[in-house]
Design a protein around this ligand. Structure first.
Ligand code: AMP
Length: 281
């Protein structure tokens, strides 16, 4: 019989609670989320439990990473169900800060990101990574966690956050987790619940097109041609493609030399829902 995670809702209580545990020798792993939890989040929690004695899952729908025309107000909020799921996987704490505690009046600090933050998501969501950078920096500093887990599902975010923690000497180890998928290949996402049944049936085309492109590159096609073909396949299924690109798997820079490690990344709109995915080559 697992216990429900303890609910913590202020930065001061979080810091005090986790610091005391660390003083006693426990390591703490943080799993930052926006809630509406699914099996992908829960896999990160399971991975966190294997790494550290105590696991804290934060749930905060971060307003600064949404543009005014995006889905902040309709983003799914399912706290009760989230707590049930976190009980099942044995999370120790759920941290649900108030927006007024995260962004007190007079909050004016910005983080300017370059390197892996350039292009891809930033071309279509220019506000996104600065909002992510602020909120994850605050969560890292508030928690003092030893580890933070991030899904490869949001591959560019993983690379941006890893660089951020390193560049700012935030003493936390960023640990990647593999993408959890539906049996038909669709990457799990809180936004999948926006999809109509017809859209849901179409959605795996993104993962399939990326797999085909990765195979094409491995058998000698150029990354540019393979990405262009994937874009065509996804568009032919009725999606509006933001990008399909082959990038350097570590720096996310455009490919420059043969033999570099490659990651294929894509974002596309299916009706009113924006889906992203990526795979290694
Ligand atoms: P979100 O709640 O969408 O902000 O995601 C919180 C964390 O869960 C991020 O590190 C995501 O990369 C990760 N995540 C989301 N979907 C998946 C998935 N399908 N597989 C693995 N990790 C995921």
């Amino acid at each position: 019989m697992t216990q429900a995670p303890k609910l913590v809702d202020t930065p001061a209580e979080l810091r005090r609670t986790l610091r005391a545990l660390q003083m006693g020798g426990a390591r703490v792993a943080l799993v930052p989320t926006m809630g509406a939890l699914h099996e992908g989040h829960l896999d990160l929690v399971r991975q966190a439990k294997a790494l550290a004695e105590k696991v804290v899952v934060s749930i905060f729908v971060n307003p600064t990473q949404f543009a005014p025309n995006e889905d902040f107000s309709r983003y799914p909020r399912t706290l009760e169900r989230d707590v049930e799921l976190l009980t099942q996987v044995g999370a120790d704490f759920v941290y649900v800060p108030a927006a007024a505690d995260m962004y007190p009046s007079g909050f004016t600090t910005q983080i300017v990101l370059e390197g892996p933050a350039q292009g891809l998501e930033s071309t279509f969501r220019p506000h996104f990574f600065s909002g992510v950078a602020i909120v994850v920096s605050k969560l890292f500093l508030q928690s003092g966690a030893d580890f933070a887990l991030f899904g490869e599902k949001d591959y560019q975010q993983l690379k941006v956050v890893t660089r951020l923690a390193r560049d700012l000497d935030i003493p936390i180890e960023i640990v990647p987790g593999p993408t959890t998928r539906e049996p038909d290949g669709l990457a799990l996402s809180s936004r999948n619940r926006y999809l109509t049944p017809e859209e849901r049936a179409t959605a795996p085309v993104i993962a399939r097109a990326l797999i085909t492109a990765a195979d094409a590159i491995r058998t000698g096609h150029t990354p540019v041609d393979a990405a262009a073909q994937a874009r065509k396949t996804i568009a032919a299924a009725g999606l509006k493609v933001d990008y399909v690109e082959a990038r350097h798997a570590e720096t996310l820079a455009p490919l420059a030399e043969p033999g570099e490690p490659i990651r294929l990344l894509a974002a596309a709109w299916l009706g009113k829902t924006r889906l992203i995915d990526n795979i290694p080559v």
